[in-house]
Design a protein around this ligand. Sequence first.
Ligand code: C2E
Ligand code: CA
Ligand code: CA
Length: 573
Amino acid sequence: MDDLNYQIDFLTAKCAQLTNSEKMYRLICDSSDRAYIYQNLLDNTISTVSNWNYFFDFEIKEVKDLTEIFNAIEIEYAIPLREMLNLEKTGIENNSTIIKLRNGKTWVELSVTVIYDEKREPTDKILRFNDITKIKNANDELTYMAYYDILTGLYNRNYFVRLLADFIRDAEKKKDIIAVLFVNIDEFRKINDAFGMVIGDEVVQQFGQFLADFKSDNVVVSHFNADSYCIAVYDPVGHRSVDIITTAIYDRLKWPFYMSNQQELILSVSIGIAEYPEAATSTLELINCAEIVMFKAKSLGTNSVKYFDAPILQDYLQNISIENKLKEAVFSQNFSLNFQPQYSIKGKKLRGVEALIRWRDQDGKMISPMQFIPIAEKNGTIVPIGAWVMDESIRTYAEWRKQYNYPMILSLNISAIQYAQEDFIDTVIDTIGRYGVNHDEIELEITESVLINDFKEITDKLHVLRDYGIRISLDDFGTGYSSLSYLKGLPITTLKIDKSFVDTILFDENTKVITESIIYMVRKLGFETIAEGVETEEQYTYLESIGCDGIQGYYLNRPMPAEDIEKKVLCHL
Ligand code: C2E
Ligand code: CA
Ligand code: CA
């Protein structure tokens, strides 16, 4: 009896276990995004399990009902589906594929398992349907992000590089040409600063959308980075010639872009163009060349186009080499100074000297300040270099002053970056104070381009310097905006007429008239004029006859080392 009881208990327990696991099984199946088809291949019975109606609105009761599935999926997935349904004929145990339902939005992973007996005869088959729509969409988004730039909808940099590589492979075989256009929005930082990043983004987006119109099988348009776009044109002829594209771009830029905040913006862009195979034969080099010429175009002014040529690359490479050597030179203070005398025109009395920096690089080669100062301004090394010039020249001047007691004016070239430094005034006053020189014997030169950027801030600083008694000289006058009207508001003491005027003053009537009126005006305003680059006696005589106050130039002296200046001073004692 006990035995029987035991048997009953055991069976009940087993039964309970079975119902529990069945319950659990049902729960799991019903709540999952899955459905199963179980097929007995021996007696050809078939049944569906779990969430079948989640996927399909028909039932499968017999094997022939399987054909219904073909009607429920997008036609291009019919072949993989057939392979799955016939898997047992291949002897393969497991396989899977992805199919898309005809409802247009559900992606299903279909996996199949076939069970074979020991004779390798198929006995059972299970087909699993798994909804992977979420994963697939997330994946598509990732794929999209891998190829496209979200802001503009254009190809991104990485994908552009790949497509350009494809172009190059074709062009190599067919001996074709590819043009790469590097397009950069001018003064983009100013747009961002003035209107905020949201408008900045909108600018990038709107201009990108405009560029998208050039897209075709042979033209790839990409948003390369912040304010740059890259366009690759395969076989740039006819309607896709570079001229047609650049003209269309500049035509569009004649009209404003309308921002969502009602702002109207006129944009300008610089374009650099490099062609395969002339400029470079590899993808990255080609893009690099186009970018380098774009910078060159930008330096020529807004809205300009520049084609690649070998000298531009040469220049660029040289600049990089100078830049590297420059950092080293700043570290080892590898500079020296020359001084060029300035004379008053009446009686050729020594008025003062202009300090001019000299740099001999490690290889012993002299590099002109015209070449390295712009680079130093770009990479910031002008700040320590300028501080060295100021210290060294004022120290030298203080020694002459003590030794010969001959008062002169020491002129210093000061770059825009130096004027912009917060502690600029302190540095000047400290240095002058350290060597005990009179403030009115120091003259700071400034070019018009410095004033254009931050007129108010710089003129405020000039006024403070002027209040200390320091002289201010406007250098290279005539090469920039050269408006006489704004001179009135500037605290300057000297105006330097640029060499380009002096060069043509003897034979060009216009130059004569302009120079004469400058000198007349400047005298009226009460400051002095110095003509630069005077090379001949005739120029000197003419300048004297029109009332110029001073001259500087090879006619009287070239720039020279400090010891030679001492000799000049001695002559004037
Ligand atoms: P700049 O201030 O206009 O200096 C005058 C330049 O013209 C000097 O060239 C000088 O040697 C040259 N020059 C003077 N008289 C004549 C002449 O009769 N004929 C000819 N053909 N040239 C003449 P340099 O020394 O090569 O300096 C070039 C430029 O480099 C300077 O132009 C100035 O803008 C910049 N620079 C020189 N030293 C410094 C410096 O210490 N700091 C900064 N920020 N810039 C400097
Ligand atoms: Ca100067
Ligand atoms: Ca000058």
